[in-house]
Design a protein around this ligand. Structure first.
Ligand code: UD2
Length: 311
């Protein structure tokens, strides 16, 4: 099996690449290295004889995508400007990567005999619509160009199935965390920021009262969801919410971190961020029932692995 992973040198993409290499697939990592890193692919040295090719290119460049995916059976499309904040600052620029990039991946698949595209969608499509927990058919109400781009991408996935018979799967990730997540921006995932700062002996800041909650899912469980989509879905268009299915508020998260680090952590409380969502959690029954998804890492278990990887 030959697989292309766009954004394959990034946080989630590199974990998918690692699993594909482990399974003995022929892997093409397609990445523009804007945030992706070669070192995220260093796992390959543990798999002598494996086939992993790195192609530097941008999903906004149709010709480059088309060339890279030739001969592939399936594509995991993870490449995106993964920043809500950047999308608000410059909607047209993120549209190029996040919406047009997806259209390019679909069109390149259609024109090169690729049969399946599995897409990294986001809980951002739901915005702050009050329905909780989010189910697959909860109202979609994006609050950022990022969420809008992810949603329009999902619409195109459905169309490419209906019009051209491409098998398409949209996986709407909730709050993914784990090793290789980049903590460098103030808008990086809260877990990557907290764990990095604590490891450096620094204090952390909670925006708001810490009662806001999220559905934190460990990256290995997200990889499992992707592999199930690859192995079990062979026709149609499908969409799934991908979360662990449990709400964890920031105060609880900090209590778990205190326990793991076994030390006191200095926590500052600041004003809530404008536009911050208070509640986000999914009910992952659909993917559990239809694909046999079995999320294996509680927040605490995932955090323990992450903390160990940082030491
Ligand atoms: C997540 C996604 C985002 C988008 C959005 C859709 C991540 C990293 N971001 O944003 O891409 O899909 O969901 O709803 O997965 N916080 C602090 N202190 C910090 C950093 C963050 O208190 O130093 C708070 C933040 O204000 C928020 C919570 O932690 O209340 C989670 O923040 P986040 O950026 O990790 O994730 P989220 O859900 O806002």
């Amino acid at each position: 099996m030959k697989i292309c992973i766009t954004g394959g040198a990034g946080f989630i993409g590199s974990h998918i690449a690692e699993e594909c290499v482990k399974k003995g697939y022929e892997v093409i990592v397609f990445d523009n290295f804007s945030t992706g890193k070669k070192e995220n692919l260093s796992f390959v040295k543990n798999f002598p004889g494996s086939s992993l090719k790195i192609v530097k290119g941008d999903v906004a460049d149709y010709k480059a995508v088309s060339k890279a995916v030739k001969g592939c059976n399936a594509i995991f499309h993870e490449a995106a400007v993964a920043s809500v904040q950047k999308s608000i600052e410059n909607p047209p620029a993120t549209f190029e990567s996040n919406a047009k990039g997806t259209l390019n991946v679909l069109e390149a698949s259609r024109n090169n005999g690729v049969t399946k595209v599995i897409f990294a969608c986001s809980a951002a499509i739901f915005g702050d619509h009050p329905e909780i927990p989010k189910r697959e058919d909860s109202p979609v109400l994006p609050k950022s160009p990022y969420g809008a781009d992810k949603y329009i991408s999902e619409v195109y996935l459905r169309l490419y199935n209906e019009l051209y018979n491409l098998t398409t799967v949209s996986l709407r990730y909730f709050n993914v965390f784990g090793p290789r997540q980049d903590p460098s921006s103030p808008y990086s995932g809260v877990i990557s920021i907290f764990t990095t700062r604590i490891a450096q002996g620094k204090d952390i800041t909670v925006f708001g009262d810490g009662k806001q909650y999220r559905d934190f899912i460990f990256v290995k469980d997200v990889v499992q969801a992707n592999m199930l989509a690859l192995e079990k879905i062979n026709s149609g268009f499908h969409y799934y919410n991908v979360g662990y299915g449990k709400a964890t508020d920031l105060n609880t998260l900090i209590a778990i971190l205190k326990k793991i680090y076994n030390k006191d952590i200095k926590v500052n409380y600041a004003e809530a961020r404008a536009g911050d969502i208070k509640e986000s959690v999914t009910d992952p029954s659909k993917i559990i029932k239809e694909l046999g998804f079995t999320p294996g890492y509680s927040v605490e278990e995932g955090l323990r692995i992450l903390v160990e990887s940082l030491q």
